[in-house]
Design a protein around this ligand. Structure first.
Ligand code: GLN
Length: 557
């Protein structure tokens, strides 16, 4: 018997999508990305579906062609777009993968507008910088919100107000806000210096920044006041009075012990409530930060130290040491160490320093050594020396991408004794190219078609039973993100395997070598991966291979 279903007459009214723009005031480098990620996290903790977008104001179409020492890490999304490291921060703080619609640069926006114009998409009218560029920006923001089915979309505008570069994005904010004033909020992340000569916290640069933003037709609803110290009431009142914001909307954001403390600090200042109120968002529940708090607690609970050396070539810039280039790798090590209740002590070493084998001895004091991804010829000799040393000394080794290719090459040279072995990236004329260019890449390199053309994004791999990789993942099929042009040359697989190297992970068709390792009977932990596992390591979900590496490092004498 068919039952008649009575149609409900009351429909639950879902509030419209909300948008929060984050802009920078005063200067760059004050943690706008982490601030945005933390805002995203506290809003998510209130039960909202949150997504985050990064706008980079440069002309490069994506971040893939930029020098890492200038721009930091290139973060590859699951669908393959090469983006800014802030996308990695959002993914880590939200615990979610983000799609490529969530990232844009001035170059990519202009590219779309020009393509549309060439295809008569503007039906013959005059295409103009304003409004057509901001309109393209707005349409991307709305489509990202729709794709994510987001209640709240957070949009971080790169750069600092007052720069030519981000003016068109600020115009997009103005246009969106006048179209839907109730649904768009603006947060300015500003900086309050404490000049050593006076020892007093100064608000004037923030006042100027707000005035500049105002001259572009945008006023902030919230000011996040970054400073070395907490902002006192007197300064909060001053900022409120001169910048037209409520005093409770001036949020003190002092330097904290760890970036992971920031969401907790924001919650203490009621930031999520302030933003929800401003946007008429009725949160389904109070902010639940319990999982995050547990993670933060565990990050401070360690008693024993694990010493990991990361040997890379992009650490030094002039007199300064940069660690941003490998930020996801460093965070991934930390998450796994915290999970194991260990204190990670990470040391950055320059691969060039190991060209001289005399320096290798210093590696003895580390529990584990990691060689991350890289490109080109600089520092390669040093990396090969490091790998040979840790292989022979039984020091746990984790090689990522180039770090895997070089581990295979070192094995080919020194164990399999393949004469004249090299990688095509270093010496295309070598006698035996143990690492060769991937077939589909050859033409691209010849045509200098280098932007966004590597093997990029997530691909599946299958693991071999009984191996270190399989024991770590505890599953047969995995999916990891890639970014490379070269691969293990299939011609040498048999020879390498006959000498004891195990290819424990391959593409499902068996053609591409995705993981190489030494059996535990030969070495406590020696694993190289062609992909970038660090891109999927999350604070609340550490990566199993990093955890296996950190554990082996700690346990090996
Ligand atoms: N340069 C190597 C390649 O292109 C490795 C790339 C990387 O480490 N991300 O294959």
């Amino acid at each position: 018997m068919s039952k008649k279903i009575k149609k409900s007459t009351t429909t639950v009214k879902r509030s419209s999508a909300k948008f929060i723009f984050v802009v920078g005031g005063v200067m760059s480098g004050i943690g706008k990305g982490i601030t945005s990620s933390s805002i995203a996290h506290v809003l998510q903790a209130r039960g909202n579906k949150v997504t985050a977008i990064k706008i980079d104001p440069y002309i490069n179409v994506d971040a893939g062609t930029m020098n890492p020492t200038e721009h930091g890490e290139v973060f590859v999304l699951r669908d393959g777009l090469e983006t800014d490291q802030d996308m990695g921060n959002y993914e880590r703080f939200l615990g979610e993968d983000l799609p490529s619609i969530n990232y844009m640069t001035t170059g990519s926006v202009y590219q779309s507008v020009i393509e549309k114009e060439r295809n008569l998409g503007y039906e013959g009218r005059n295409v103009q910088v304003v409004p057509d560029i901001p309109e393209e920006v707005i349409s991307r923001i709305k489509s990202a919100a729709k794709t994510a089915k987001a209640d709240v979309t957070l949009i971080e505008v790169g750069g600092t107000v007052g720069e030519y570069e981000n003016l068109l994005f600020i115009e997009a904010i103005r246009m969106m806000r006048s179209e839907m004033p109730e649904d768009v909020a603006v947060v300015m992340v500003s900086y309050l210096p404490v000049p050593g000569s006076i020892g007093e916290m100064k608000t004037k640069p923030t006042q100027h920044a707000v005035r500049v933003l105002g001259s572009n037709g945008v006023t902030p609803d919230v000011i996040i006041a970054r400073s070395p110290e907490p902002v006192d009431d007197k300064r909060k009142e001053k900022i409120a009075r001169f910048c037209n914001v409520k005093v409770e909307n001036v949020i003190s954001a002092p330097d904290l012990e760890s970036i992971y403390d920031i969401p907790l600090n924001f919650e203490e200042s009621n930031l999520s409530q302030i933003l929800c109120k401003r946007l008429n968002l009725s949160p389904r529940k109070k902010a639940d930060l319990s999982a995050w708090k547990r993670f933060v607690r565990s990050s401070k609970a360690g008693t024993d130290t694990v010493k990991i050396a990361v040997v890379g070539k992009y650490f030094t810039s002039g007199d300064f040491v940069l660690s941003d280039v490998y930020i996801s790798v460093l965070e991934a090590i930390k998450f796994s160490a915290y999970k194991l209740k260990l204190i990670p002590e990470i040391t950055y070493l320059s691969s060039q320093d190991f060209t001289d084998k005399k320096n290798l001895k210093q590696l003895k004091k580390f529990d584990g050594v990691l060689v991350p991804g890289g490109f080109g010829t600089t520092g390669i000799e040093g990396k090969l020396n490091v790998i040979e040393y840790v292989r022979k000394q039984g020091i746990p080794y984790f090689g990522i991408c180039y770090g895997m290719q070089l581990a295979v090459l070192e094995f080919a040279k020194n164990v399999a004794k393949i004469k004249g072995a090299s990688t095509e990236e270093i010496n295309p004329d070598a006698e035996h190219l143990v690492i060769g260019v991937m077939d589909e890449q050859r033409e691209k390199i010849a045509n200098h078609d280098m932007g966004g053309t590597m093997r990029l994004g997530a691909y599946p791999a299958v693991l071999k039973a009984g191996t270190t990789a399989m024991k770590a993942y505890r599953t047969k099929e995995i999916s990891e993100r890639h970014r490379h042009r070269y691969e293990v040359n299939p011609e040498f697989i048999e020879k390498l395997e006959s000498k004891g190297l195990v290819f424990s992970g391959t593409s499902p068709d068996g053609k591409l070598m995705e993981i190489a390792e030494l059996p535990v009977t030969d070495h406590p932990f020696f694993v190289g991966v062609q992909f970038h596992p660090e891109l999927q390591a999350r604070p609340l979900d550490p990566h199993p291979l990093f955890t296996a590496f950190v554990k082996a490092s700690y346990e090996t004498d």
